[in-house]
Design a protein around this ligand. Structure first.
Ligand code: AMP
Length: 256
């Protein structure tokens, strides 16, 4: 087992700074009942991203930008890797980038690790800077798969304000809560990911169900939302992802 600066520690070992109280949510009789507050964390970390220079905005005008949303264990990471390979896109995996940052011995890294182990959301400024830095570091890429974004409405709006354009499409991996919990618990055992244990998974689900809903509405109104039923075998899910990508007019003639 690889120990990553305490990254494999379950969040039950982390002192809680947020009360877990609030209304129970009715997600069906067979699903675990999740109680708690919205998954937001109060900290001094930046809430807004740095503005882009006109030249940087120009660079991000033409590549395809695809947001990929879904709860923990819905399979978005695996499918993003497959899509990135097939279409030569750059995979911007936020969870992965944040875990790398969390392993640094800096105060900022420690704060991020603490937030993630509790299953809460890292402040928007950090997320936007991370996405933009990664996209700008791949100027030749014809497409970006931004995996795990946006997770709350302010992130969606900040992206448009800073980058100056919306995404081309938003994929949502739709999965039952039971499936997500089962997959995430299994991954926690195999990969020793500290936030893949029960208390953190439940908090991440709470965060997902409460904060993502307004984001879905926002993109539904722009006609950018594409639901992908993510309960089936990975190859069937991949086929659905490919048909979404290939239906984008801007990619006409691209079949991988
Ligand atoms: P994931 O690997 O996508 O399940 O993300 C793992 C954790 O990283 C989440 O539970 C959050 O703590 C953090 N995270 C990932 N994406 C975001 C985001 N867009 N905004 C805030 N926090 C995020």
């Amino acid at each position: 087992m690889i120990l990553l600066n305490g990254w494999d520690r379950c969040p039950c070992d982390v002192e809680p700074s947020q009360e877990r109280s609030g209304p129970e949510r009715g997600w069906g009789a067979t699903t675990p009942r999740v109680v708690g507050r919205m998954g937001l964390f109060k900290s001094k970390l930046p809430k807004t991203g740095r503005p882009l220079r006109p030249k940087e905005k120009e660079m991000l005008k033409s590549p395809l930008i695809i947001f990929v949303m879904g709860g923990p264990g819905c399979g978005k990471g695996t499918q993003c890797k497959n899509m990135a390979t097939k279409y030569g896109f750059c995979h911007v995996g936020l969870g992965q980038l944040l875990r790398q940052e969390a392993q640094r011995g800096t105060r900022r890294g420690q704060k991020i690790r603490e937030i993630m182990l509790r299953g809460l959301l890292v402040p928007t400024g950090i997320i936007l800077d991370m996405i933009n830095d990664k996209m700008l570091s791949c100027p030749e890429s014809r497409g970006f798969l931004i995996d795990g974004f946006p997770r709350e409405l302010i992130q969606a709006k900040e992206f448009e304000r800073i980058v100056g354009r919306p995404p081309d499409v938003v994929m949502v991996f739709d999965c039952s809560m039971e499936t997500m919990v089962r997959r995430a618990l299994h991954r926690g055992q195999v990969e020793h990911r500290g936030d893949d244990c029960e208390p953190a998974i439940l908090q991440r689900l709470e965060t997902h169900y409460t904060l993502c809903e307004p984001v879905f509405t926002f993109y539904q109104q722009k006609n950018l939302l594409r639901n992908i039923l993510a309960e089936e075998a990975p190859e069937n899910i991949f086929a659905k992802c490919c048909s979404v990508i290939e239906s984008l007019q801007r990619l006409e003639g691209v079949g991988g």
